[in-house]
Design a protein around this ligand. Structure first.
Ligand code: SAM
Ligand code: NAG
Length: 315
């Protein structure tokens, strides 16, 4: 017992020491990279002038059918609010120390996603309400019946879409995330149940899930089968470059189904994805480039990944 307490105290002191030395950018990003192998560190980047590239697309490189449907996004008020809040939170030392300590204990037997769900931290941001409306070409008052958010995480992204729907259904793999979703009063469906409830959905969102699930190709087909066949839309986000792997407990596994994505740069992979969607019975109605943001920790103010966001209509 004594040993355990000593260990905790020295651990906390060590972390506090590290936080002090944290002005060195290399150390910060190096350590965070080993903690979050899938997230790039952008803590010190001056986002207010360097952020143009988050949204940049070389439309010359897009295929002829995608060029006319590309939507140029920019850093709007909602995104800035998320960033400010994230920077503020990462500065709360005692909470960050607590999170860091708890995750180092839990990481022995739990996935990072589940730990975040348990601690209620690491919320994500894909789009602001305005960006969502612009993509779907709807106005702020637009209302529809059913939304299905697949792999909804803690439901913070669901919250951006939810004002437009009467009934909100979600799915999740991680049990701690399911608790967060139930707390927010969303109707949680089992991951092998939503395909066969007999419901049709007006909008299905599949945000940052295709590269984190075992059967992305099957998932696309299943979405097509439960989508309202004329006015129904899928909103789909995917982190590029495409690196599929599935979290299982504390381990990373290769997915069992291969989704064929070719090309190296963002635009080429987007072109290739349009073909994948076509095979699954979808046409691309809109596409944009957005930063996929995650709240920071004691090492970084926030994390950024590169998202392609598509609106798909059934064909
Ligand atoms: C990267 S997170 C995305 C969360 C949220 N949609 C967002 O965009 O921020 C992927 C989530 O999908 C969940 N997941 C993985 N496989 C799933 C499946 N087959 N069905 C439902 N959720 C799944 C994971 O537990 C994880 O919370
Ligand atoms: C975010 O923080 C910056 C710098 O502190 C400030 O100028 C800006 O008004 C804030 N924006 C929002 C939307 O809160």
């Amino acid at each position: 017992m004594k040993l355990f307490v000593c260990w905790i105290i020295s651990y906390l002191l060590c972390l506090a020491g590290l936080r002090k030395m944290w002005s060195g950018r290399y150390l910060r990003s190096h350590l965070s990279r080993s903690l979050y192998m899938n997230m790039m560190s952008h803590s010190q980047a001056p986002y207010w002038d360097g952020n143009q590239q988050w949204y940049f697309c070389d439309t010359e490189k897009l295929s002829d059918c995608l060029r006319p449907v590309f939507i140029q996004s920019y850093l709007d008020h909602g995104t800035q609010t998320f960033l400010n809040r994230s920077i503020e939170k990462s500065g709360w030392l005692s909470i960050q120390l607590y999170h860091s300590f708890m995750s180092s204990v839990f990481s022995m037997f739990m996935s990072r996603t589940s730990i975040n769900g348990l601690l209620g931290r690491g919320s994500m941001f894909v789009f602001s309400p305005e960006q969502f409306q612009r993509l779907l070409k709807i106005d702020p008052e637009w209302k529809s019946h059913r939304l299905l958010d697949l792999g909804a995480g803690d439901g913070e992204v669901t919250k951006v879409m939810s004002p437009h729907f009467e009934e909100i259904y979600v799915t999740e793999m991680s049990q701690t995330m399911i608790w967060q979703l139930q707390k927010k009063k969303y109707r949680v469906l089992n991951i092998d149940e939503w395909q066969s409830t007999g419901f049709q959905y007006d909008v299905i969102s599949c945000l940052n899930l295709l590269d984190r699930c075992h059967q992305p190709v099957t998932l696309l087909k299943e979405m097509r089968s439960v989508l309202e066949p004329t006015r129904g839309r899928v909103i789909l986000a995917l982190v590029l470059p495409f690196h599929p792997y599935v979290e299982n407990g504390g381990k990373w596994e290769k997915p069992s189904e291969v989704m064929e994505v070719t090309g190296t740069v963002w635009e080429e992979q987007v072109n290739s994805l349009a073909d994948v969607f076509h095979v699954a019975g979808f046409a691309v109605e809109a596409v944009t480039r957005l930063p996929y943001l995650c709240e920071g920790d004691m090492y970084n103010d926030y994390y950024v990944l590169d998202d392609a966001v598509f609106v798909l209509r059934p064909i």
